[in-house]
Design a protein around this ligand. Structure first.
Ligand code: GLU
Length: 287
């Protein structure tokens, strides 16, 4: 598939407002800005707020504040994923029409109980396929009883449709050194495309929006490198372009654990309160 090399470079920083930004986010935002400048492109800000329980308006405000404090600016309007559920629904519908989605009524507990010995690249059990061949009447019965439902991708069928897929990775400094990589989506099993109570998932929304915003280059942490397999697959199935990817290093805390909002890693806000300046952050991160 075309990698958009003929269109002006557009990058994005796409945080989820479910906590305060920390140094890892600052690094990701700064490397995005750095690469955008280097290749004569622009970068966009996208708020990935599909998780209505964890996303909070105060965290959205904090994202704007922290990024501005870092000296970053971005074009308006900012895209909010929470305003685009209908669009994700249509994309899911496209996959459904291709016969690639099936309803799954399993709870986490059931999945764990039936799990085989296989784990996905994130270490979670690969979905054992319990609901893959549910008879139609059983599906209708569960739906009528309002049993919580999520929709999974039939990975076997999907992969059979696409054949072998590749994507390009490149390094911002020194620029380029492009490398062709094989996507290996099958190792993820039947991933969730529409979550319980949400007409989408991270994988679906990110792919739809990267295309919508004509993103040509994606800068994201190495922790999302393997998930890119799924994104490349969805791009192919939905007829969307595949951007060039850069997977940047992760900023680790003292215990060499990945920084994470949920673990309460030191936020940019609290660093600021203890006297860090934007320049301290930039220097600390090597910019
Ligand atoms: N929203 C994702 C996060 O905050 C990152 C999105 C991406 O780079 O694909 O982890």
């Amino acid at each position: 598939m075309n990698t958009l090399s003929d269109t002006p470079p557009v990058l994005r920083f796409a945080p989820s407002p479910n906590g305060l930004l920390h140094l890892g986010h600052a690094y990701s935002a700064l490397i995005t800005e750095h690469w955008a400048k280097k290749i004569g492109g622009q970068w966009l800000l996208r708020i990935e707020d599909i998780d209505m329980e964890r996303s909070k308006p105060e965290f959205v405000e904090a994202i704007f504040d922290d990024l501005s404090w870092l000296g970053l600016s971005w074009p308006e309007p900012v895209l909010f994923q929470s305003k685009r559920f209908d669009i994700y629904k249509s994309a899911a519908q496209k996959l459904r029409t291709m016969g690639l989605l099936y309803p799954c009524f399993c709870s986490r507990k059931e999945i764990k109980a039936n799990a085989r010995d296989e784990t996905d690249p994130d270490g979670a059990p690969v979905y054992p396929g319990t609901c893959k061949h549910l008879p139609k009447d059983q599906i209708s019965q569960h739906l009528q009883q309002n049993k919580p439902v999520q929709y999974r991708l039939n990975m076997e069928k999907a992969v059979a449709k696409t054949g072998m897929l590749t994507f390009t990775t490149a390094q911002p400094a020194p620029m380029d050194r492009p490398k062709i990589n094989y996507a290996r989506p099958a190792r993820w099993g039947d991933v969730v495309i529409q979550r319980k109570g949400t007409p989408t998932s991270y994988h679906l929304s990110v792919v739809v929006d990267d295309a919508e915003q004509n993103i040509t280059h994606i800068t994201r942490g190495r922790d999302l490198q393997t998930a890119t397999d799924i994104h490349v697959l969805l791009q192919f199935l939905l007829g969307l372009n595949t951007p060039v990817y850069t997977f940047h290093k992760l900023i680790l805390d003292k215990e060499t654990a990945k920084l994470s909002k949920s673990k309460g890693s030191t936020s940019l806000q609290s660093l600021r309160q203890t006297g860090w300046t934007a320049q301290t952050v930039r220097t600390h991160l090597g910019f």
